[in-house]
Every structure is written in C-alpha cells, then in structure tokens.
Design a protein around this ligand. Structure first.
Ligand code: ADP
Ligand code: MN
Ligand code: MN
Ligand code: MN
Length: 336
C-alpha cells in the first residue's frame, strides 16, 4: 500500500479575478484513473464561495497529472467546485465550457494560449532598482545576459516541471518589460488547454514561492510606458486548418467584430489599462483584424496568410483571464 500526496487545486470566488487555492489529501492505495480519486470538500466561507452558516463546498476532480514538485507517485488534481447537492457552483466556469466543447466537438477547436506574467519582489518587478526604474524598454524581449533578463532560473524550473507533469507547454520567452516572461500552452482542445493553463499557473506560483518571488497576472503591473501582460489566444477549427481555411478565418473575424463587447466582458479585469492602442495593442473600444498586425485585436499570422489556412490570434485577452470563459466565448461566437 503506497501513500500518495494528492494536491487538490480549485478556483475560488474572489472578485473581479478568481485566485487559485489548494490543499493536500493523503490517499492510501494506487491511482490509475480519475475514479480512484475521491471527491472532497472545503470551507467555502473562506474562499468567497459560501456563507459561514452553510459553508461546505464540494471538490469534484476533473483531471490529474504527476506532481512535478513532490515527484514520485504524488499528483496534482484539478477540480470543479460544486454545491453540496452536486449542482454547478456559481463560481464554476468549467461546466459551461464542457457543455459547449461537447456540443461543437465536430468543429475540432484547438487553442494555444500565450501566458504572460510578471515577477515581483515586494513592490518592484524582479530586477528593477529599489523604488526606481530600469533602462527604457527595447533590449529585454528575448534577451540574454544578467543585465537583460531577470528570473531565468525560476522560468527554467517552471518549464521543466511542466514537461515532467505532461503539460502541453510549447515554449517560453523573456518579454518586452524587464521581469516579464511568457510561456505557451497548446495547441490543445478547449478543456485540455484550460485545465492545463490553470495547473501551469499553480505550478508557477508554487515554484516562485521557493525563490521568495511572486508571479502576478495583472494586465498592467506597472503604469506608464511599460508593456502590459496579455494572454493571446490562438484559435483554429478544423475547416480553418484545411485548404480554403483563410476564408473561414476571415468570416470568424467578422463574427468576432460583431461580438466585441461580449468577448471583452470575459477577457479579464483591468484590461482597459492594457488595451490602450499603445504597446502592441488595439484600443479596447475598437475592433480591427489584419495579417501580421500586432496593433490589431485579431492578428492573422503571416504563415497562415501565406499557406491560405491555419489559425487566428486573439490578442485581446488579458493575462489574468479565465481560459474556461475565453475558450467558451470563442466557440460560442465562431462555431455557433
Ligand atoms: P507569437 O508570435 O504571437 O508570440 P507564440 O509562438 O508565442 O506566438 O504562440 C503561438 C501559439 O499558437 C502557440 O501556443 C501554438 O501552440 C499555437 N498554435 C499553433 N498552431 C495553432 C493552431 N492551428 N490552432 C491554435 N493554436 C495554434
Ligand atoms: Mn508569444
Ligand atoms: Mn508575448
Ligand atoms: Mn502573440
């Protein structure tokens, strides 16, 4: 009989942006499928998910991966939050995506999400002079050298951990603002990319903790002439990836333009601080799409335009967005 440490991870009811929570359950035995992992509960009154007088919420395991930090047979378990009677809790955005993903599965939607984030120590981004500013932006993006990039040891640890855990991480890069980085997850189906993005965020926070560093997803962590942090969401359906896909992509862009406000409403809090029209963004009040245009709401990559098929990049989602909601809104607008 082996002892397994199962880290149950869930999304809380914090507003306007939910936070990750987790706690450990010791399980005796062996775990080979989701059915082997018991449901569990927590005190919802401490996570903005229940009143103190009726505080129990249910954790329903939805996927699990090897724990890349504790290693051995230990696991990380992603959960949906349910009410005590098993119904969907109001903070649970995954259940709705699951329904949509199943309904439109014949479109075979794929997502690749570019997660940008910023390291902080105390009140300053990592590597910034105490209470001051570094040199203006320019040399830092994809930079190398101790004067250009800050926190690479954490970033490498995080990437290794994601690979060990079987997360579909597809790359990393240093970002335009010093102390800011990006990793990409995908391309994967809607539920897979979303579960894995939440899990990889948890792994990032957990690893940075050991370095005494805090990773934040705030879309505009430093006001002024500094790039914000986004979560560009690359999206395609089967017909976009096939011959003649360019026309399907353009039709999708037209539909996205007609539903701009609906999308912005789930693309992350404080996104108006980031989508100003400066720093490689399009204003939050406008919608534009174009080939290779990093100042547009939607960019059609050059390789897609050249091939005549491929995918589109929605540049509007903020770093702190909920991928369950973003993927759901894209499927709803484009596939329905
Ligand atoms: P950028 O040039 O915008 O920085 P990245 O290389 O960071 O682009 O991210 C591109 C993302 O697009 C990757 O996560 C990749 O997995 C994803 N991607 C590639 N092909 C597709 C596709 N057909 N559908 C959806 N996403 C895709
Ligand atoms: Mn990128
Ligand atoms: Mn980027
Ligand atoms: Mn991008």
């Amino acid at each position: 009989m082996s002892i397994i440490k199962a880290e149950y991870i869930w999304i809380d009811g914090h507003k306007p942006t939910s936070k990750l929570r987790s706690k450990t359950k010791i399980i005796e035995g062996s775990i080979s499928s989701l059915e082997d992992i018991p449901e569990w509960g927590f005190d919802g009154s401490s996570t903005m998910q229940a009143e103190g007088s009726n505080s129990d919420c249910l954790l329903k395991p939805v996927c699990f991966i090897p724990d890349p930090i504790r290693n051995s047979d230990n696991i990380l378990v992603m959960n949906e939050v349910r009410n005590p009677d098993g119904s969907v809790h109001e903070s649970n955005t995954r259940a709705a995506l699951k329904e949509l993903a199943e309904k439109f599965s014949d479109h075979e939607p794929w997502f690749g999400i570019e997660q940008e984030y910023t390291f902080f120590v105390g009140r300053s981004p990592l590597g910034w002079p105490e209470g001051g500013y570094p040199a203006p932006q320019g040399p830092f993006y994809c930079g190398v050298g101790a004067d250009e990039v800050f926190g690479r040891d954490i970033v490498e640890d995080h990437m290794d951990a994601c690979v060990r855990a079987g997360i579909g991480i597809s790359g990393i890069n240093a970002e335009v603002m010093p102390g800011q980085w990006e990793f990409q997850v995908g391309p994967l189906g809607a539920l897979e990319v979303s579960d894995q993005l939440w899990l990889s965020r948890w792994i990032l926070y957990r690893i940075a903790e050991d370095y005494g560093v805090n990773a934040t997803l705030h879309p505009k962590p430093v006001k002024g002439d500094w790039n914000g942090a986004g979560a560009h969401t690359n999206f395609s359906t089967k017909s976009m990836r096939e011959n003649g896909g360019m026309k399907v992509i353009e039709d999708a862009c037209e539909k996205l333009g007609k539903n701009h406000e609906d999308h912005i409403s789930v693309y992350g809090a404080h996104n108006e601080e980031r989508l100003t029209g400066l720093h490689e963004t399009c204003s939050i009040h406008e919608f534009r799409y174009g080939v290779s245009d990093r100042g547009a709401s939607i960019r059609i990559p050059m390789a897609t335009a050249n091939a005549g098929h491929g995918y589109l990049e929605d540049r509007r989602p903020a770093a702190n967005m909920d991928p369950y909601e973003v993927c759901a809104s894209l499927i709803k607008t484009v596939c329905a």
